[in-house]
Design a protein around this ligand. Sequence first.
Ligand SMILES: NC(=O)c1ccc[n+]([C@@H]2O[C@H](COP(=O)([O-])OP(=O)(O)OC[C@H]3O[C@@H](n4cnc5c(N)ncnc54)[C@H](O)[C@@H]3O)[C@@H](O)[C@H]2O)c1
Length: 267
Amino acid sequence: MSTCVITGAASGIGAGLARQAASLGMNLVLADWDEAGLTNLASSLPVETLAMPTDVRDDAAVQALAAAAFDRFGAVDLVFNNAGVLSSGLSWEIDAATWQRSLDINIGGVVNVIRAFVPRLIAADRPARIVNTSSLGGFLTSPFMSPYSATKFAIVSISEALAAELAAIDSKVQVSLLAPGPVKSAIMDEQAPAQTADFMDMLRGMNDENGMSPDELARIVFGAVERGEYWIIPHPEMLDAPLRKRTEMIVERASPTGSGLVTAEEP
Ligand SMILES: NC(=O)c1ccc[n+]([C@@H]2O[C@H](COP(=O)([O-])OP(=O)(O)OC[C@H]3O[C@@H](n4cnc5c(N)ncnc54)[C@H](O)[C@@H]3O)[C@@H](O)[C@H]2O)c1
């Protein structure tokens, strides 16, 4: 029986991953700071589940989560480093606390999970995988949501560094980078400031209409995990052409505002 850990499990993508892992008969360790959501989800799943209210910003709490996961199940096979938040606004008007919150959750939380779980996974000396969640926004700049864009770019580089480091020590632990496009979830529920309210309404509308369901996403993710893939890109049609264009923009030293890449309308 294998064991799967999911942060940010109470909603959206995390909950979809939990349902998919449960359908495969995995033991589950679910973490979220939304205690009620976590309890609800855990009670709906037909597998052995450890649900631990956890704020991923809190290093000691994440260490306790890892210790509890290994204590309860003896081993961990799959870790979804998934918890995240999205704030919008004009870069210079987003207040310091909002900037810090995004940095602390979307980067600090992911780093806490890496620091708590990876040493234990290495010590276990058996195949395991950590899946870090970035976004298409981790490859393509998103104006009007700079804290999100910046933190998701960071996860792309942290994940590549982690994969190279684990390979350098011949570890059996592997890394995947998950970069979804639009998925139906609560990620855009945060109140937007007046300047970006219309922009966020437009994005929310697009997600509600065209977003993939978390359960469909989870099936794609588990398929990629099964195949041992590093890059998990569920919406390739939304990434490849703009990423080529962005890369060309950089090597040709073209201006980002004149390249047609920054296309969002002024909010
Ligand atoms: N939904 C999308 O379109 C989309 C696209 C690309 C990437 N993502 C990424 O997927 C991940 C999951 O997001 P989602 O769309 O399911 O959103 P969501 O808001 O539905 O779920 C995020 C979960 O993370 C939890 N969380 C937030 N901060 C936390 C903290 N400090 N400690 C513990 N838990 C915390 C929330 O309570 C929530 O349950 C995020 O990293 C997000 O950036 C989402």
